[in-house]
Design a protein around this ligand. Structure first.
Ligand SMILES: [Zn+2]
Length: 1245
């Protein structure tokens, strides 16, 4: 027996009456309490009176330092007298009513709950038990239960569950006792083990007796009973019990009663409570079946439709929608297999991994749905006691992905391969040995007298390394390359005497520009709605040579100004006039017939500058003008002035040399015509409230109104005759059979609604995200809904303002060749298409996601394209490179090598770019050779086309004639692999190469045969490390689908240690902060760049990425992934806008400018000094420390929104939730914001 001392401690008034009484109570030890019952009653009654009548008494008892609660609890424990017990319970009840939970906390911490349970057990053995005692006990328990995390366990272990259940059963008609009993049961039930136990004792039935039939008599009782029932039904056993007893039907009927009778919506919580019961019952398969059988879909659909206009009823609509989506019968994706529709047999199959699994999958196995899907699930409860919350990890303090092995964290230069093997890579570094003897360095600046003809000076055949597979005949280039784009110009650029006649580099397609006869009509330019270049502040202004007087400093300042393109202002003086106005439906001069598909072999006749002409709108009449006599003359917008790197004819030539697995013979118009970034702003689309819900309701209507369903396959890559429809005008026509195209199947579901299925990456069965397809046969003014139904990620920027891209050919030939952000009612949500365990990495019961958008078309006879992001094909790259080579001046040293051939037979270009030495004097040659190297790469992930646009910006800047560009070239040697995954790009993959693997997870151990581009790129870096010339900066350009802005990932031991809990010595944390300089500079000069989004943490899941391997093995401190958003910006000058190619190219240019700034820090000066300088630019060391937490980016950038609840419409989601024995009210609120669970990796490098 406890005998606590009543304290008369400091701060407590010694004259306090209540404390005197407590002191008296304390002095009555256990025996005295028994003996002198009367005194105990009197003392406790007096205390009770004081506390009930004087607020200060309660405060004195509960004040800090007072042991009042101990004394009260000891007395409660010791007394055997019912009246004394009741007095003390009254005291407690009074005390715990005030104080907002702090007092309850004290009560719980002093063991109050256990004492109450003891008394409850003792009292329940009395026959009959004292009603007043039971009432007071339960009232008190109901009060403390939600605050005691171990309440459920304590109740069960003490045997109190049954005591409460029995009391409830005996008092079904006695509301006064029943209410506190139900309140306590409600708390018991939140513990999963208790719920099962209570279910066995008939409590589920009991609750149904209380809630059914409809009655408004005792609302509060009903509410508590429903809450308890809802909690009980979370147990699968209980749910099954309820289904077996036919309660699903009863609940639905009751819900309808409430829906009809609660006309003034006063009892929303009751209705919500009923829905929660249904929601939990339908977590089991049996429940879903019962729900469907009881016509639940229709009942909830119609009741929800009636609730929709009343905003306050949203919780009902949301929960109903959740239930309906869960019960919506799972559909099969309309595919024969989820493996790619394209077959590419690998030369050898990896022994383990997903690709091996794919190849070992026996024929005839259905990988689209699980066969066991229809089997009854076990529905068994796991009796794990989940009360012990303290064992659970706080999810915010630890990221399990962080590398915590200090040995692994410290960069370990690991050359890996003997130098003899690497020596073959010497040929890619001619600049490091070139002596330029015999080369004519005349002072003349005229391009006609001197020339750097090093573009192909030496043998640049694809190298054959000892370990690599020898090139097969199919890899032998069919065409030869004559050293430069234009043979006629070639005469003016004789190769330097020392340089042998260039051997044809492999697989560079001939650029026979002289065979292309352009009839460009310059006069049409104005009519063509193309803004005059003078009014445009495009990147070309960067290339324009500044006046000689301009210093580099001035140039830098100038660039910083003009490179920061305003989306408003000058740019808006184009055809669009006002700000922010999209020329939707702007008139076009007539419509022209557009040939679709655009076949490669047919692109013979074309007319440039179609805009504004009155040429016939009838294809038949055009045939007569056509010299070839076949087909229509293709009107090509004249974009030469605005798109200096684009040339439709050259593009076609490039396509001819591109190898695709499906052997595409078509060209997509957008790639052929080119893209001129629109001059109007494209704001992030504001989300319309309830859009997701209404889309889901439309999906549910497929069940409710089956007669509307067309279900007609209109496009299908899996059947040879694709496309499959006859042109009857009732359906849209689809096409995706061109480079980078991705659309596997289109099914017309309703008159103006299409379900679209994306193709998996080749040799894979997932990675659906990238899409690029053509649509024609549309009706003008009609709104079409498109649903991509096999998306995989659990969330998407399509929920946060991103729109799809659309390209209209009619617009293009009217002078507006461009991709524009398009689409309304865009949202992304979990759908009713089952994802097999094979597709879901072994997890069963998963679904796909729908990305839906609606759009209408402005032109008749149009051909339109939709894409996930601005397409950038491999052929486009080749075209841009050829055009860039033509921009070379005598001061530029540019070499284009073929690093290797890909599995698909495409060449992987490697560029070397720097300035020619001033002369062949020793000093100049020495300076030339010793320039630090910058190593850049991009597009390892094909779906991240933005990376290519950024790379285009970088390349264009580097080839520019500005002083800045010249300084940059004089400062560095650039080694650039602009497209690490040409095959993936060509074949419309989203993430992988033909090997079916993510190439950016192969850097630790790339296979020369399966991952040639990675293998050889890494070898280049290893070679450099060997000759002590590791690059100053390595950066791999990527795109990020989940975040806004542009940002970088780098590698820092220190910041990784900060983020993990590993102990590290201070020497471990000695770190050069140089890695922060470049991102810091970028955040100062590039408007899209955001420093706070950067992270320098090394994650385990990223250990085989370029960034981490180049850092760790090659020893490059400044090794980065640069991620550009696919969506838009939420900071800086572009805040609120979607990203466009202009901004992306600007980013690439700014990256160069930043390198120049970095040069000024790391240049000529001694090493320590430059480190200090770097510290200057990035702020003091302590400042870095304080800012470090912000650089760690959490999984999800976006705030969850109300509709996020819909993401969890997975049948088993709830079961994974931790049991929280806390207030039900809290749980209710938490239900609104369901987690956006995400198993995907976040950082996308
Ligand atoms: Zn990426």
């Amino acid at each position: 027996m406890n005998k606590p001392k009543m304290a008369t401690e400091k701060g407590v008034p010694s004259n306090s009456r209540v404390l005197m009484l407590l002191g008296q109570l304390e002095r009555m030890n256990g025996e005295a309490m028994m003996r002198d019952v009367e005194t105990a009653r009197q003392v406790t009654a007096k205390i009770c009176h004081l506390i009930q009548t004087q607020e200060k008494s309660g405060k004195e008892v509960m004040s800090k330092g007072s042991s009042g609660m101990e004394v009260i609890l000891a007395s409660l424990e010791n007394t055997r007298d019912v009246q004394t017990t009741l007095n003390i319970l009254y005291i407690l009840s009074e005390l715990l009513t005030v104080g907002r939970g702090r007092r309850v906390g004290v009560f719980v911490s002093k063991g109050g709950t256990g004492i109450l349970f003891q008394i409850l057990i003792t009292a329940s053995k009395e026959l009959p038990p004292s009603e007043e005692l039971m009432l007071q006990l339960h009232s008190l328990l109901a009060k403390v239960g939600p605050k005691d995390r171990k309440f459920g366990v304590k109740a069960r272990l003490s045997g109190a569950l049954n005591a409460t259940v029995n009391l409830t059963k005996q008092n079904l008609q006695n509301t006064k006792v029943l209410l506190p009993c139900l309140q306590v049961l409600r708390v018991y039930s939140t513990n999963s083990v208790n719920a099962i136990s209570l279910g066995k004792n008939g409590v589920v039935e009991l609750m149904f007796k209380i809630v059914v039939p409809f009655s408004k008599k005792n609302i509060s009782l009903l509410k508590v009973a429903l809450d308890a029932l809802g909690a009980l039904l979370k147990s699968k056993t209980n749910a099954r019990r309820a289904v077996d007893a036919g309660h699903v039907h009863a609940l639905l009927a009751l819900y309808q009663d409430w829906h009809h009778n609660d006309t003034r919506h006063r009892h929303m919580l009751i209705r919500k409570g009923l829905l929660v019961c249904l929601r939990n019952i339908t977590n089991i398969k049996l429940g879903r079946k019962a729900f469907i059988d009881a016509d639940g879909m229709r009942i909830l659909y119609y009741s929800s439709t009636e609730c929709l206009p009343v905003r306050t009823l949203d919780p009902l609509v949301n929960t109903s929608s959740l239930i309906m989506r869960k019960c919506f019968p799972k559909n099969r994706l309309p595919l024969p297999t989820i493996k790619s529709a394209f077959l590419y047999q690998l030369p050898h199959v990896p022994v383990v991994g997903p690709v091996a699994q794919l190849y070992s999958q026996p024929l005839g196995v259905d990988d689209v749905v699980d066969e066991s899907d229809d089997n009854e699930e076990t529905d068994a409860d796991t009796e794990n006691d989940t009360d012990n919350e303290e064992d659970k990890k706080d999810p915010h303090t630890e990221n399990e992905d962080i590398e915590t092995d200090l040995n692994k964290l410290h960069p370990k230069k690991n050359p890996g391969r003997p130098f003899e093997e690497l020596k073959v890579y010497e040929r890619f570094f001619l600049e490091l040995s070139e002596d330029f003897q015999g080369y004519n360095f005349e002072p003349s600046k005229s391009a006609s007298t001197t020339s750097s003809s090093f573009s192909s000076t030496r043998a640049t055949r694809p190298i054959i390394v000892p370990t690599a597979q020898a090139l097969s005949p199919k890899h032998v280039p069919v065409t030869s390359f004559q050293g430069d784009c234009n043979p006629s110009k070639g005469e003016r650029r004789p190769p330097s005497p020392s340089v042998p006649t260039p051997a044809p580099p492999a697989s560079l397609t001939p650029l026979e520009l002289d065979t292309i006869h352009l009839t460009k009509d310059q006069d049409r330019k104005e009519e063509a709605h193309i803004p005059s270049p003078d009014t445009l502040t495009t990147l070309s202004s960067l290339i324009r040579p500044p006046s000689q007087a301009q210093t580099i400093e001035q140039a830098l300042a100038h660039v910083l100004e003009c490179v920061s393109l305003e989306a408003t202002g000058a740019l808006n003086t184009g055809e669009d006039g006002g700000q922010g106005v999209k020329p939707n439906g702007s008139p076009v001069n007539g419509t022209r017939h557009i040939q679709s598909p655009l076949l490669l072999e047919d692109i013979a006749n074309r007319r440039v500058g179609g805009g504004g002409s009155n040429w016939g709108s009838d294809c038949g009449s055009e045939g007569t003008e056509d010299e070839g006599g076949e087909g229509a003359v293709l009107e090509v917008p004249d974009t030469a002035l605005l798109l200096p790197l684009h040339d439709p004819d050259l593009y076609v030539e490039m396509v001819k040399g591109t190898h695709s697995v499906p052997q595409y013979a078509e060209v997509a118009y957008p790639d052929y015509f080119g893209h001129i970034a629109p001059t109007f702003r494209e704001p992030l689309q504001e989300r319309v409230y309830g859009v997701q819900r209404s889309k889901i309701f439309q999906d549910i209507e497929r069940l409710i109104h089956p007669n509307d369903i067309v279900d007609k396959v209109v496009y299908d890559l899996d059947i040879p005759s694709c496309p499959v429809i006859e042109d009857n005008g009732e359906s849209l026509k689809f096409n995706s059979q061109f480079e980078s195209g991705n659309l596997r199947k289109a099914v017309q579901m309703r008159k103006y609604e299409y379900d679209l299925v994306l193709n998996s990456d080749i040799n894979s069965n997932h990675y659906h995200q990238w899409f690029y397809f053509e649509v024609s046969g549309m009706r003008v003014g009609t709104t079409y809904r498109f649903n991509i139904i096999n998306s995989e990620k659990s969330n998407s920027q399509f929920n946060y303002g991103m729109q799809v891209l659309m390209y209209s050919v009619q617009e293009a030939i009217s002078g507006r060749p461009r991709w524009v952000r398009t689409g309304t009612d865009i949202c992304y949500y979990k759908n009713h298409f089952a994802r097999s365990s094979i597709a879901a990495g072994g997890q069963k019961g998963k679904s796909y996601y729908t990305m839906t958008f609606s759009t209408s078309f402005s032109h008749k006879d149009d051909v339109c394209y939709f894409a996930y992001h601005y397409p950038y094909t491999y052929s486009t790259l080749k075209m841009h490179l050829s055009k860039l080579e033509a921009l070379r001046t005598p001061q530029i040293y540019l070499r284009r090598d073929v690093l290797c051939e890909t599995l698909g037979g495409n060449s992987c270009p490697l560029l070397t770019l720097t300035a020619m030495p001033e002369s062949n004097s020793n000093d100049h040659i020495c300076q030339f050779r010793n320039r630090p190297l910058i190593f850049l790469s991009a597009r390892v992930h094909p779906g991240e086309t933005n990376a290519s646009w950024v790379m285009k910006g970088t390349l264009e800047f580097l080839m520019g004639t500005s002083l800045l560009a010249a300084s940059l070239r004089e400062a560095y040697i650039f080694k650039i692999v602009p497209m690490l995954n040409p095959d993936g790009v060509v074949n419309g993959n989203h993430r992988c190469s033909l090997s079916g693997e993510d190439l950016n997870r192969q850097w630790q151990n790339p296979n020369p045969e399966l991952h040639p581009t990675i293998y050889h790129t890494k070898s280049l870096l290893q070679y450099l490390a060997h000759i002590q010339r590791a690059p100053l900066v390595f950066c791999d350009y990527h795109g990020h689908s989940r975040k806004k802005n542009v940002f970088m990932y780098g590698c820092s031991v220190k910041e990784t240690v900060w983020q993990s809990n590993i102990t590290a010595t201070s020497s471990d944390l000695q770190e050069d902060l140089g890695y922060r300089a470049l991102p810091k500079i970028l955040s100062q000069i590039a408007p899209a760049f955001s420093m706070v989004s950067c992270s320098f943490v090394v994650e385990r899941s990223k250990e085989s990425t370029a960034r981490v391997v180049v850092w760790r093995e090659i020893g490059v401190q400044r090794s980065y992934t640069m991620e550009s958003t696919l969506c838009g910006c939420d900071q800086g000058k572009y805040k609120g806008l979607q990203i466009g190619t202009r901004e992306l190219e600007e980013m690439g240019a700014q990256f160069c400018v930043a390198l120049l700034r970095l040069k000024r820090l790391t240049g000529i000066r001694n090493h320590q000094h430059l480190l200090d300088l770097e510290s200057d630019i990035i702020g003091t060391q302590s400042k870095v420390v304080s800012s470090s937490p912000s650089t760690y980016v959490m999984e999800e950038d976006e705030p969850s929104f109300l509709e996020a609840i819909d993401y969890s419409a997975e049948s088993n989601d709830e079961d994974g939730e931790p049991e929280i024995e806390q207030g039900i009210e809290v749980q209710e609120n938490a239900n609104h914001l369901d987690r956006l669970s995400d198993c995907e990796t976040n950082h996308k490098d």
